[in-house]
Design a protein around this ligand. Structure first.
Ligand SMILES: [Fe+2]
Length: 297
């Protein structure tokens, strides 16, 4: 029997009583999907699944993406995006280590941004009995609902531009700075011109209605939003900083402390998330699958 236990004030739930290595009947899957969308972040503990089983489970939610960073895909499974600080025999990074430095929503720069992502914890760094590398999630629907009515109405009329290109250049500059300061051990791949050109900038409404829950949320994020339209960059930067500070207040956040065998899913339309990099050089290995969502307007 499935049990759903809410953890955070506005988001985050543990779903127990499910073995994801087994095929799920339609009724059980519907219960999981309902609990997931209602809670925006949901996780299952103590799972023991293969890459193929993770793919099969997440594919029930929709079409899976193959990430633009080909070098971080798992061999034999293009749908698995590897997040890791581990190196292969030639000393090269086996996955992306720098993903999630900024608050962001996965693939939000695409015309059809991600609906949800699922992350399976294969290796979790632990120091003195405490898991490192927590992931934090903020509910942009709860944050939007908490804004004054006049502010909500004003934001309904504003659009924003998400830019993969600006994100990768900003992220790479930050990473090089960390390498200069020797707080990072993995030398990552620079974004290639092909990667930067492969994802054009996308303009979309700041306020987005969730296709399943019909909740309205703020579809802006520090990682991928380049600017708000109809104002100067300076005005846009100021306005965005205020909105980000609002969204990431503690009451709208659920922080996940990972255990090996966790399969955690988050709703990329309703929440944004952020990684922490407090574990290097302890090894961390996570597998991500990402489900494509509907087109933005
Ligand atoms: Fe992410």
């Amino acid at each position: 029997m499935i049990t759903v236990t809410r953890i955070g004030k506005h988001l985050g739930a543990e779903i127990s009583g499910v073995d994801l290595s087994q095929p799920l009947d339609d009724h059980t899957f519907a219960q999981i999907a309902n609990a997931f969308f209602d809670n925006e972040v949901a996780f299952f503990r103590n799972q023991n699944i293969t890459a193929a089983q993770q793919i099969a489970f997440t594919r029930r939610f929709g079409t899976l993406e193959a990430h633009v960073r080909k070098e971080a895909r798992l061999g034999g499974h293009d749908e698995i995006f590897v997040l890791s600080n581990k190196l292969d025999a030639d000393g090269r990074a086996i996955g992306a280590q720098d993903a999630g430095r900024y608050w962001h929503s996965d693939l939000s720069y695409k015309r059809e941004p991600s609906m949800l992502s699922a992350l399976y914890a294969v290796e979790v760094p632990v120091k003195n009995g405490v898991a490192l590398g927590n992931t934090y999630f903020a509910s942009s629907t709860a944050a939007f609902a908490a804004l004054p009515e006049a502010m909500r109405q004003r934001l309904q009329k504003i659009r924003n531009v998400h830019s993969y290109r600006e994100y990768r250049l900003k992220n790479y500059a930050a990473q090089q700075d960390e390498e200069r300061r020797r707080i990072r051990t993995v030398q990552e791949h620079a974004p290639t011109p092909e990667q930067l050109a492969s994802v054009p900038d996308t303009e979309m409404d700041v306020v987005r209605e969730h296709p399943v829950t019909k909740r309205q949320g703020l579809f802006i994020n520090d990682g991928h939003t380049a600017y708000l339209t109809g104002m100067s960059r300076a005005e846009s930067d100021t306005e965005l900083a205020k909105l980000y500070a609002h969204i990431t207040q503690p009451e709208f956040i659920y922080g996940h402390s990972w255990r090996v065998g966790d399969l955690l899913m988050w709703d990329n339309i309703a929440v944004q998330h952020k990684a922490t990099f407090d574990y290097d050089p302890l090894p961390r290995l996570m597998y991500r699958t990402t489900v494509r969502g509907p087109a933005v307007t």
